[in-house]
Ligand binder design. Structure first.
Ligand SMILES: Cc1ncc(COP(=O)(O)O)c(C=O)c1O
Length: 380
């Protein structure tokens, strides 16, 4: 049982919190932003936008990339580009942030929720195969908290049934499968640069793809479907999902620091694994096959049912350790309850017994050690 405050051996509490997922922005970001402001290009036109797209594509070893206003927008436009519409089915894991599912409803398609496996917390591929129907168009795996889903098995499944893969790689920048970056395995891969992600543009996203023509069409769609050769001519219904030059400036500065961010997160994971695994039934999310997680967020699962994660969360917060619960399975939410076909017991179990621990690159290694010591003290 989580010890009550009264009997806790009080440890030194750091003066500033140990950050969960706070962004790491500083001098370089200020410099790039100042350049964008001084140039006068603060909105959606400006040289940093294409430069950011090209550099990110190069960093990923991808053919092309199109920036968007958010990861949600990237998922939405990828579904549109895949021709998904009325009553088509999109298979996705039940354990993810709601933003994976919402764009499926924007295009009036049907989400088909599949449970995750207890090791990787990513979509169970056997259950995924069982969920396929005549109407299935897309497999939408999520590399949860940075941990790659089984892309070999999903690619095989997609090939066998002529399905499109859209990777929700919004949490997994820096993760790899067989040495290749996540977001480069699907027909489309979607990134998020929200403030809590491994790198940020304040708010933004990106679509990665292998087919330059389709990516060019994505670029056209996110720009109000404007045919610029004809002035203001719009042959299709488009969207305003463009990134601004200010955001791209931030992105370029962050991209220059991305290798360091990923390395730091992976080092934090090593510390958590060394110091916590096996203590009072603690399990960490596990990599599968040739997958290497970016460990965007480190989370611990408590096998011992007597540990109340909400109480633990409060106790950690009171000690300056930022933390949060994991996502509630999407099938629990009113707009999605009617789409729940398979039982999602693993997703529910992981949700109920997991807490996400400080993983921001603002933290030092000794902060992470302090988190481990505090946690051990609390759960005794
Ligand atoms: C799994 C997942 N999918 C999609 C998104 C949406 O990204 P954004 O917040 O940039 O719209 C997020 C992040 O917020 C996410 O964690």
């Amino acid at each position: 049982m989580l010890k009550t405050c009264a009997c806790i051996n009080l440890m030194s509490t750091p003066s500033s919190p140990i950050w969960l997922d706070a962004p790491n922005v500083g001098a370089l970001e200020k410099e790039y932003l100042a350049r964008a402001i001084d140039s006068g290009f603060v909105s959606t036109v400006g040289p940093f936008v294409p430069e950011f797209e090209q550099r990110m594509a190069r960093w990923l070893g991808a053919t092309a990339a199109v920036s968007t206003q958010s990861g949600t927008a990237a998922l939405h436009v990828s579904l549109l580009e895949s021709g998904v519409g009325d009553d088509d089915e999109v298979v996705l894991p039940a354990l993810t942030f709601v933003a994976t599912a919402n764009p499926i409803r924007y295009v009036r398609a049907r989400p088909v929720f599949v449970d995750v496996d207890l090791d990787s917390w990513t979509m169970d591929v056997d259950l995924c195969a069982q969920a396929l129907t005549e109407r299935t168009k897309v497999l939408l795996p999520v590399h949860l908290l940075g941990n790659p889903a089984n892309m070999d098995a999903l690619q095989t499944l997609a090939r066998q049934h002529s399905l499109t893969i859209i990777e929700d790689a919004t949490e997994s920048l820096g993760a790899t499968w067989n040495g290749a970056p996540m977001a480069t395995f699907g027909d489309f891969g979607c990134l998020s640069f929200n403030g809590n992600k491994t790198m940020t543009t304040g708010g933004g996203g990106m679509v990665i793809g292998a087919d330059p023509e389709r990516l060019q069409h994505v670029k056209f769609l996110v720009n109000q479907a404007r045919d610029e050769s004809l002035g203001y001519y719009h042959p299709e219904v488009g969207l305003n999902y463009r990134m601004t030059n200010l955001e791209a400036a931030l992105g370029l500065a962050q991209l220059a620091r991305l290798d360091d961010f990923v390395a730091r997160k992976q080092r934090f994971h090593e510390i958590y694994a060394e110091q916590l695994r096996g203590i009072r039934g603690i399990r960490l999310q596990r990599e599968i096959g040739p997958g290497r997680s970016s460990w965007w967020l480190n989370a611990v699962f408590f096998e011992h049912e007597d540990i109340n994660v909400s109480e633990l969360q409060k106790a950690l917060l009171a000690r300056g350790v930022q933390c949060r619960r994991l996502f509630m399975p999407i099938v629990e939410f009113p707009p999605y309850q009617d789409f729940a076909k398979q039982p999602c017991t693993n997703s529910q179990r992981i949700y109920e017994h997991t807490i996400c621990l400080p993983s921001s690159t603002l933290n030092a290694e000794h902060d992470v050690e302090h988190v481990c010591a505090t946690l051990k003290e609390l759960i005794g």
